[in-house]
Structure formats: structure tokens, C-alpha cells
Design a protein around this ligand. Structure first.
Ligand code: RNT
Ligand code: ZN
Length: 421
């Protein structure tokens, strides 16, 4: 697409939005500050580098597909992430899982990991001026095979996982301290049961006990922000998930933790967008895992759909962007993985931009005056405003390819790099 075309289209769009009192230049500035945390695990289908040739184990996470080009070393992963970031406008962070440390070919068990295994990542992030986020890996491990980790009735196993998460928290704190931006340290566990259990209570009491042990040590929030992530069900935990939304929301509110809302982890008609204003009355900050749920799968590539749009709108309308940490969480092994990052991250950015281009004050006024027809019409009208022209201009400003150009760029990377792996 020609640069002049994009500039001209932007000038027209700017005027159209200005008519409604929306300042597109301001929106472009706000978009520069919107940070998306890229989940490292789309590069290699949540495999990790714990053991040479490691493949994903069980634990409620399933990746399907075998598209060629998956990263199988840290160097490949970094190369892919650099490629992804070169195609994204705006700012990014990187979200690592504990299985992505540099273990030097040694088997370092989860209760043994240390900051040194992630120092390379910290240096890598520092060079790029970006922040890191972190997650314990409480799946794909023999001690998670029976379906329980932090809520295990086997005290040895439970202690093992408590130790793992304590260490993850320290690693996250080191990331936050060295990079000068707090690392969000998120905990998701696969714990649950396939069939109806009779003792949910003990498992939940054990999970509470484990979390209390993990967070016993005070670490300043300028280094690490702890988040907990619920799920509705998983493969193998269809009948009960120990870390349910009720459980974690209560825990987060009572213990000043972040609640992580993964929009693939709720009943299909429940909307995470609706939960934001509820949770933020009781917790200081949220972590979002942005994804696309499809039937039983919670991890398809995010798209610019109504669900994501409502999330973005609720955050922008309530003016709480500074209390929301945005992370991606999907893994699809059936398509170009670099492309999956780029299209998913851009879609999420677009949803936020669309939300920012809304004449919210005007619509709020209609709402307050019971003018519901007018509210509906204005909301519908915004859908045919030249939002794409503002988006293209944002790409131009950021010196990244436009949408269509991304496709050939990614195909080139596939031909030159990915297909040779
Ligand atoms: C699993 C959770 C969790 C994981 C990552 C890999 O259902 O969504 O966030 O996707 O930790
Ligand atoms: Zn998630």
C-alpha cells in the first residue's frame, strides 16, 4: 500500500472522528503506551527446554497440529520473537514459563531452578528495553501426572510444587528488579478431577495453604506482582477444577493479589468484559490472558471479535488501563507460529484502538438520559467509521508493515528460516 494513500486516508478519518469529539492523534499516542505481553510458548507449542527434545506432557494443556518450523532451541525462539516484534507496532513485554530456562543441557528439576537459568533472558530483554513476566510450570511433569500439584494430598508432591512456585516468584522478582519494571508472576495449576469427586473441600483447603506458604515472604510489588488464574474445566479435569474462579477471586481480594482472567476459561456465554468492573472494585490490578475459546479449546489464536472488543471497551471506558496487564495466551501448532503471534497481537491492539476511538462521553450521556435508541445507534455507527485508516497510519508511524504486507513478510521468513528447521 502506498504511504500517501495511508496518509490521505488518515487525514479524512481524523476529520470524521473529530466531528464526534474524538481526537485520533491522542488515540495514536495512547496506543504507543499500550503494552502487550507476548507469551513465549506459541513459538514451540509449550514444549520448553527443560530436557533435550522435550515434548508437552499432560496436565490439561493440549496443543494440536504439526506445522513445520517450530522453535527447538532458545536461539531459534529468540530469533522468532525478534521477528514477531519487528512486525508489531507499539510496545511489548515477554512472558516466560519456567520450562524455558537456559539449563545448559542438564536436567534441572522444577524445585531447583534459579535466577541464573534466566539471566540470559533478562539480559536479552534489557538489550531490547523490554519487561519480562513469568509463570511457574505446574504441568508436563511426573509429579503432576495424578492431576494434582499445589492441592495434592501427597505432602511430598505438594511441597515440591510450593518450592517450585516460591523459586519462580524469586526469579520474577529478579527480572523486575533488573529490568526496572515489575514482572507479573502468574500461577495456573491443572489440578482437578475427571469424574465427580467427593472431597473438593480438602483440595481447596490445601490449595489455600500452598498459596499462603508461597506468598509468605513479602516481596515489594515494584519487583513482582503475583497473579492467580482460574479455569472452568480442562481435559482430564472436566468434573472439578480446584482453582475455580470463585476460589481465586476470593483469594485475590483477601490477599491483595492480581486476578488473571483468561477469556477461554469461562462458560461460553459468560463475558470477561463484564467481569472487569466487578473485579476492580476489590482487587488493585488484573492480568488478562487474551485468547479465543472454541468449543472445548481455550487456546485458539485471538481475533478481533466481540468478546475481545468488549474487554477492551470496558477497560477504556472505565479508564483503568493502568490497572490491567495485558497478556496473550494461545497456542496453535497448525499454522505458521510467527504469523499466529502477529495476527493475534495485532487483533488485540486493534480492539483497544477501536475502543479508544469511541465518543464515550457522548454515549454515556445518552445512557444517563435513558436515550437507549440513540446509544444503540451511535454504537452501531462507530462500526462503519474509518477505523482501518487510523490503524494503518499507526503501522506507518511505527514503521511496521501494513496488514497485507505482513503476509508476504512472514512467508519470506518461513521460506528463509522456518522451513529450514
Ligand atoms: C491453561 C492456562 C495457562 C496456560 C499457560 C501455558 O489453561 O490458560 O495460562 O495456557 O500457562
Ligand atoms: Zn491462560
Amino acid at each position: 500500500m502506498k504511504k500517501e494513500l495511508v496518509q490521505n486516508a488518515y487525514a479524512i478519518a481524523k476529520e470524521q472522528y473529530a466531528e464526534l469529539g474524538v481526537d485520533t492523534d491522542k488515540v495514536l499516542k495512547a496506543m504507543e503506551e499500550l503494552v502487550i505481553s507476548l507469551h513465549c510458548w506459541q513459538t514451540d507449542d509449550v514444549g520448553g527446554f527443560e530436557k533435550p527434545g522435550a515434548e508437552l506432557g499432560g496436565g490439561g494443556i493440549q496443543v494440536t497440529g504439526n506445522y513445520p518450523g517450530k522453535a527447538s532451541t532458545i536461539a531459534e525462539m529468540r530469533k522468532d520473537l525478534d521477528k514477531v516484534m519487528s512486525l508489531l507496532p507499539g510496545k511489548q513485554r515477554l512472558n516466560l514459563h519456567a520450562i524455558y530456562g537456559e539449563f545448559g543441557g542438564q536436567l534441572v528439576d522444577r524445585d531447583q531452578i534459579e535466577v541464573k537459568h534466566f539471566q540470559g533472558w533478562i539480559d536479552w530483554a534489557k538489550e531490547r528495553g523490554m519487561g519480562l513476566d513469568f509463570n511457574g510450570t505446574l504441568f508436563s511433569h511426573p509429579k503432576a501426572d495424578d492431576g494434582f500439584t499445589l492441592s495434592s494430598k501427597n505432602e511430598e508432591d505438594r511441597k515440591f510444587w510450593v518450592e517450585h512456585v516460591k523459586r519462580c516468584r524469586k526469579i520474577a522478582a529478579a527480572m523486575g528488579e533488573q529490568l526496572g519494571t515489575p514482572a507479573v508472576h502468574n500461577t495456573w495449576i491443572p489440578d482437578g478431577s475427571k469424574d465427580t469427586p467427593v472431597d473438593r473441600f480438602t483440595h481447596r483447603a490445601l490449595l489455600k495453604k500452598s498459596l499462603d506458604e508461597i506468598y509468605a515472604e513479602e516481596i515489594p510489588t515494584k519487583y513482582v506482582k503475583d497473579a492467580i488464574e482460574s479455569k472452568l474445566f480442562g481435559i482430564g479435569s472436566e468434573s472439578m477444577v480446584v482453582g475455580s474462579h470463585d476460589f481465586y477471586l476470593c483469594y485475590a481480594a483477601q490477599n491483595k493479589k492480581l486476578i488473571c482472567l483468561d477469556n477461554g476459561h469461562f462458560h461460553p456465554t459468560e463475558q470477561v468484559g463484564d467481569k472487569i468492573s466487578a473485579c476492580l472494585q476489590f482487587v488493585d490490578e488484573l492480568l488478562l490472558h487474551v485468547t479465543r475459546g472454541v468449543r472445548w479449546d481455550s487456546d485458539h489464536v485471538a481475533t478481533f471479535n466481540d468478546e475481545i472488543l468488549l474487554i477492551a471497551q470496558e477497560i477504556v471506558r472505565a479508564n483503568v488501563l493502568n490497572r490491567v496487564n495485558i497478556g496473550l495466551d494461545y497456542f496453535d501448532a497448525s499454522l505458521n507460529r510467527v504469523g499466529a503471534y502477529v495476527v493475534g497481537a495485532r487483533s488485540v491492539q486493534k480492539a483497544f484502538m477501536f475502543a479508544m476511538l469511541e465518543p464515550t462521553e457522548l454515549i454515556k450521556k445518552y445512557e444517563q438520559d435513558n436515550k437507549y435508541y440513540e446509544r444503540l445507534h451511535l454504537l452501531e455507527m462507530m462500526k462503519s467509521k474509518p477505523f482501518g485508516a487510523v490503524w494503518d497510519y499507526f503501522c506507518l508511524q511505527n514503521n511496521v508493515p501494513f496488514e497485507f504486507e505482513c503476509i508476504s513478510d512472514i512467508q519470506k521468513y518461513e521460506n528463509e528460516v522456518l522451513s529450514k528447521r
